[in-house]
Design a binder for this molecule. Structure first.
Ligand code: SIN
Ligand code: MN
Length: 199
């Protein structure tokens, strides 16, 4: 089922359990080559979300600010974006252009992500596609400027969100996760993949 909330296109239940498992296996293989780390925000505080990435670029943050980087903190390149993940991009966007970054976020029971815009990409005309796996996450959708009315929705394992049009520049975040709401990840928690065109 597809619904639109404040311009965010939500394909709920797009991936069945078999597809979720195959994406999860692909993510695990990325994580063995590119381990999770907790980026430091410009304020000096560490994020509660653990991150890694696949593709030509990964997203990185430290005291110098938010940016895309061609290598992991170890100096190694990021692993390729798994085909299973590129297929989801293809299915929901139909675009010729492929994403250059698949950011992988892991939320444990306490992790959350404050309201923010995705704006480190050179051309914000391309959509961002988000794939949720594991425990449910309360996704908050806002406006293109800070403030104003927001709407929230629980994203479930297998849900895919397309942020395009005005929603591409809209503030969004994850208030909390519902620990234990999914059995997909044996140790619990939530994985979110976001596919981005960077250059
Ligand atoms: C993000 O905005 O990078 C992540 C969104 C999510 O975890 O659903
Ligand atoms: Mn974001």
């Amino acid at each position: 089922m597809k619904l639109s909330v404040k311009g965010f296109d939500i394909h709920s239940g797009l991936l069945d359990v078999t597809e979720q498992r195959s994406v999860l296996d692909a993510v695990r293989s990325v994580v063995t080559r590119a381990p999770f780390f907790r980026p430091e925000m410009p304020s000096g505080k560490r994020m509660s979300v653990r991150m890694t990435a696949a593709g030509q670029y990964g997203w990185y943050s430290d005291k110098e600010g938010y940016r895309y980087v061609p290598t992991q903190p170890s100096g190694q390149p990021w692993p390729d974006i798994p085909l299973e993940v590129l297929e989801i991009w293809q299915e929901v966007t139909g675009l010729e252009r492929k994403p250059e970054c698949c950011l992988i976020n892991y939320y444990d029971a306490e992790a959350k992500m404050g309201l923010h815009q995705d704006r480190d990409e050179a051309d914000m005309g391309w959509p961002v596609v988000s794939v949720s796996l594991g425990d449910e996450g309360l996704f908050r959708m806002g406006n293109v400027t800070r403030g104003g009315k927001t709407e929230s929705m629980w994203l479930r394992s297998g849900d895919v969100v397309v942020m395009g049009g005005d929603a591409r520049r809209a503030y969004h975040g994850v208030d909390r996760i519902r620990a234990g709401s999914s059995k997909l990840l044996p140790k619990g928690g939530r994985l979110n993949l976001t596919l981005r065109v960077v250059d």
